[in-house]
Design a binder for this molecule. Structure first.
Ligand SMILES: [Zn+2]
Length: 277
């Protein structure tokens, strides 16, 4: 069994690499150290389990973390000894804390929206449509808030991302027409959001037709008296809204993970003096 301890009071994520029996080097990716930290950690404990499969020999390695107010360690039971663990990187608290906070806020809003949809379902049909339309707007604005806050936070915090964004913005001004400044941006249009994130953070995100269509519907509701391009009234169902919530939750989770990964690679590793592991 291989065990490695870390300092959880100062980190939010850890990332390990270790050597498989077959010789292949495996990487765990970023793993959360504990849930969003409260001020009082006394008596608090956190466990997290993950399994990594070797891409070469397909051996599976369960990984177990334990973290409380006294000790924090990570163990890999099927590894022979501690020497097989090659590196353990801690992501300092300040890098991920804010993004975790924004994510937790987002999840709370998503759960609220789920409850709202459930309660609207119990109303009579006429009022239902009006409220479903409002719920759609609300859901899109939850996503807009998270994607916008996250974008602005990291672009304003790190010069590197700001520079990349400004350079991209100037280029696209000539090529495509104007891109707005950071504070003027809206993040409701997923195809455009994908482009903004790519400019600033150099990460690849996929578009999402379901979210894109919902955002367009929201525009028709707000700006065109709930009528589509042909003048027909837009009707919304509870299941459509539930699917949208699930889609947005999963999409935002992917974005959040990619941002943490890029902050880790570009800022934490990128700023380290050479040769330091
Ligand atoms: Zn292997």
């Amino acid at each position: 069994m291989a065990i490695k301890s870390y300092n959880s009071s100062q980190s939010d994520f850890i990332k390990m690499s270790f050597q498989c029996e077959c010789g292949e080097i495996l990487d765990t990716g970023l793993m959360p150290v504990c849930d969003l930290r409260q001020n009082n950690r006394e008596g608090y404990s956190f466990t997290y389990d993950k399994s990594i499969e070797c891409s070469k020999c397909h051996k599976k390695y369960p990984i177990h973390f334990y973290d409380d107010d006294v000790i924090s360690y990570c163990e890999i039971p099927s590894l022979a000894n501690d020497d097989s663990i090659i590196s353990l990187h801690e992501i300092p608290y300040e890098y991920a804390y804010k993004s975790n906070t924004m994510y937790v806020d987002f999840i709370q809003e998503i759960r609220k929206a789920q409850q709202i949809i459930d309660s609207i379902e119990n109303l009579d049909t006429e009022n239902q449509q009006v409220l479903f339309r409002m719920a759609l707007s609300y859901i899109i604005s939850i996503m807009d808030a998270y994607l916008g806050d996250t974008f602005r936070y990291y672009v304003e915090k790190y010069e590197k991302f700001k520079e990349q964004y400004e350079i991209g913005r100037k280029k696209s001004k000539e090529q495509f027409r104007s891109l707005k400044t950071i504070n003027e941006q809206s993040f409701q249009n997923i195809n455009k959001t994908v482009k903004l994130y790519q400019l600033a953070f150099n990460i690849e995100l996929s578009g999402n037709q379901l979210i894109q269509d919902a955002a367009q519907k929201r525009n028709r509701i707000i700006h065109h008296s709930s009528r589509d391009e042909d003048g027909y009234e837009i009707l919304i169902t509870a299941s459509e809204l539930k699917d949208l919530l699930a889609e947005i939750e999963s999409y935002v989770k992917t974005v959040g993970q990619k941002i943490i990964d890029v902050v880790y690679e570009e800022i934490i590793i990128g700023n380290r003096p050479n040769n330091e592991q």
